[in-house]
Ligand binder design. Structure first.
Ligand code: NI
Length: 183
């Protein structure tokens, strides 16, 4: 099932999400639906709040970003970033919840994260470069943070009209979205 992606302005995107309970109903189906939704929108990451669920989980498939086409498809449940290090570097990010807006965001190049996978197996792993960045962007989502919040006040102000239009659905987008504000 493909979920509509929640657009900028919906309070679910601003709220820190809650841990996923182990007895959550039909986790495999939810994960499958999240991947289907992400692929339909040509995304490389999707966090549960983006389909309206205030849960600490996100998926990534950034295989296309890796130089050697090494698969980077994963499910992160109840993740916790343990450390981030290195000199922050810029990269132009976008977000399925904020279509049509891209901006350079500074992030650390390396991180250590612990999480559960789709089978509730715990992992602690280190990532760097683009993989780390995709994780940081999605992790922000479950903390209620959008990439635009990393921008300067001036840049944010310049985007305000566009953001307001997105929340009202006045935006060209080729996947299904749920807009918080009536036109
Ligand atoms: Ni995003």
């Amino acid at each position: 099932m493909i979920y509509p992606i929640v657009a900028y302005g919906d309070p679910v995107l601003k709220k820190p999400a809650k841990n996923v309970e182990k007895d959550i109903k039909d986790l495999p189906k939810l994960i499958e639906d999240m991947f289907e939704t992400m692929y339909e929108a040509s995304g490389v990451g999707l966090a549960a709040p983006q389909i309206g669920l205030g849960l600490r989980m996100f998926i990534v498939d950034a295989t296309s970003f890796s130089n050697d086409n090494e698969e980077f498809k994963k499910v992160f449940i109840n993740p916790e970033i343990l450390s981030e290090e290195g000199e922050e570097w810029p990269y132009e990010e976008g977000c399925l919840s904020i279509p049509g807006i891209r901006a350079e965001v500074m992030r650390s190049p390396r991180l250590k994260i612990k999480y559960f996978d789709e089978n509730w197996v715990p992992h602690t792993e280190e990532y760097e470069g683009m993989k780390a960045r995709v994780i940081q962007h999605e992790y922000d989502h479950i903390e209620g943070v959008l990439f635009i919040e990393h921008l300067s006040a001036l840049k944010k102000r310049l985007l305000q009209a566009k953001l307001s239009n997105i929340s009202k659905g006045k935006v060209d987008v080729d996947y299904r979205m749920k807009f918080p504000v009536k036109k």
